[in-house]
Ligand binder design. Structure first.
Ligand SMILES: Nc1ncnc2c1ncn2[C@@H]1O[C@H](COP(=O)(O)OP(=O)(O)OP(=O)(O)O)[C@@H](O)[C@H]1O
Ligand SMILES: [Mg+2]
Length: 481
């Protein structure tokens, strides 16, 4: 292989690359050279692999990004900048680049690089059969933790022991600062299990800022112009935000955490009555469910809500979810009042003659199911914000994962966010559609339902009631802001 590649790593990235930690993360501002270092790392580790008996240095790496589009437009572009096409060949259909080149010491490097877009916990399935040497997660804060967990069991599997085994194996990732409630922050800055190592680059305006020599003069100053201070703090100065920038509920959840209202252990003396479930049915069988109940003594002034549990799944049929409902009721002694479905539950499914709501009525009881209020996204988000400011507490089960396809319900609410629009210099109106959306949508229906109940009856205990066909929701929500 010719020595055409000339790469000099900035200080922190050089330390990052030298580390042999099983899982390492580099956190830094935009443009600090993170992704370049991570792409060069693929090549470095491929060359450092000891040759097998046949003198071939075999490795296989996965390169992960949250969406296909970003993988194609951003990650691949950086990779191609540092790993020139002439070193191997692309198989576009598999989105795989294979390096196959002789080294001067008569060995050959054979390295497969598999590019994969994974942004939902259920995407772990795409990894389950892979035998990898290592993996690089690009912009790790946008990737669910379930992906890292599965990757941990997939790396070190190639080359096989019979072929000599992997000289080094592990996972590396880069990211802009994650917020302090993010799994990445918890893992690398708080828990820091053995084998995990964190590398933090200085901010872009710091005296020791890195990679400036490869950026246009005045890059960070220009970047700051017209941005709000929270954005600059995170993306330029590389400080960890207390909530996800653009997060709809991050600040309110952080306030609940301070009050000790997240991860609450279920008190023994709470009875099983009055439990509601709220559902979101997504495309391709994505489904999210929340279990909620109003606490005893709730008054109209300040509803007291227990968020009992959460479940998200993918690719299961409806009876699976009904089974989850029944099992949780059995385990916790819950008595259901109502199961509230979104509007699209009226549509017939391909797999059945019956609509979702009809199937739910058959299985759960006709009087037990209803369609929730239909409102604009904006009103739904306002309702969640209102709910999070009531006497609400989230039980630990809201964060517990019931299956590999599940996700942490509270983390999903925290991650529900809108993107910064670079051109318009403001946040986009619409939320990002990703792994967190279904859980956030189901919670929106719950909040709307409770808000409506509170509005209609003032002082009620949450009871099922007939859905009014005509209600001006402007009235309900004018008081929220
Ligand atoms: N060691 C290097 N030598 C030369 N150019 C470099 C080097 N490292 C990075 N660059 C260049 O600097 C720019 C930013 O690098 P890169 O995209 O790797 O940064 P990043 O930290 O991943 O940025 P972002 O946060 O935007 O993803 C790119 O144009 C890249 O080509
Ligand atoms: Mg990058």
């Amino acid at each position: 292989m010719s020595a055409a590649l000339c790469y000099r790593a900035p200080t922190t990235l050089a330390r990052f690359m030298r580390s042999n930690a099983f899982v390492r993360a580099v956190v830094g501002p935009v443009g600090s050279g993170k992704s370049s270092a991570c792409c060069v790392e693929v090549l470095r580790r491929a060359i450092a692999q000891e040759p097998g008996e046949d003198k071939v240095r075999r490795t296989r790496f996965a390169v992960i990004r949250n969406t296909y589009r970003e993988l194609k437009d951003t990650t691949r572009k950086t990779f191609e900048q540092w790993v020139p096409a002439k070193l191997g060949s692309w198989k576009e259909q598999d989105f795989t680049f294979t390096i196959d080149k002789p080294l001067t010491d008569v060995t050959r490097v054979h390295c497969e690089v598999l590019f994969r877009a994974l942004d939902r916990p259920q995407d772990v399935q795409k990894l389950l059969s892979l035998e990898l040497t290592g993996a690089y997660i690009n912009e790790a804060r946008q990737v669910p933790k379930a992906i890292l967990d599965v990757l941990s069991s997939r790396v070190g599997r190639y080359p096989s022991k019979a072929q000599g085994g992997a000289t080094w194996f592990g996972i590396w990732m880069d990211t802009n600062p994650w917020f302090t409630g993010h799994w990445g922050y918890k893992l690398f800055s708080k828990d820091r299990p053995e084998g995990f190592e964190l590398f933090e680059q200085p901010g872009g305006r710091a005296a020791s800022a890195e990679n400036l020599e490869n950026l246009p003069v005045g890059y960070y100053d220009r970047l700051c112009a017209g941005k709000d201070s929270a954005w600059v703090d995170e993306y330029v100065d590389s400080n960890y935000p207390t909530n996800d920038v653009g997060s709809f509920y991050g600040v309110l959840l952080a306030a609940l955490e301070v009050r000790g209202a997240l991860g609450v252990e279920a008190p023994r003396d709470v009875g099983g009555d009055g439990v509601f479930t709220f559902w979101d049915l997504g495309r391709a069988d994505d489904t999210a469910i929340w279990w909620l109940r109003l606490r005893e003594g709730s008054t109209s002034e300040r509803p007291r809500v227990d968020v009992l549990s959460h479940y998200a799944g993918h690719g299961e049929n409806l009876s699976h979810y009904f089974g989850v409902l029944e099992e949780r009721a059995r385990q916790s002694g819950w008595k259901y009042v109502r199961h509230v479905f979104p509007h699209d539950a009226r549509a017939k499914t391909l797999a059945s003659e019956l609509s979702v709501i009809e199937q739910a009525a058959r299985r759960l009881g006709a009087g037990m199911v209803e369609i929730g209020p239909e409102l604009s996204l904006k009103d739904g988000i306002a309702a969640v914000r209102w709910l999070l400011q009531q006497e609400v507490r989230f039980f630990a089960a809201c964060s517990a994962l019931a299956s590999p396809k599940d996700c942490d319900g509270v983390d999903a609410l925290r991650s529900y966010r809108r993107l910064w629009d670079e051109e318009r210099k403001c946040f986009r109106e619409e939320p990002v559609h990703d792994w967190a959306s279904h859980t956030a949508d189901a919670f929106r229906y719950a909040a709307l339902f409770i808000k409506r109940a509170e509005y209609l009856t003032r002082g009620l205990r949450l009871q099922p009631f007939a859905v009014p066909t005509q209600l001006t929701y402007g009235e309900v929500f004018e008081e929220l802001e």
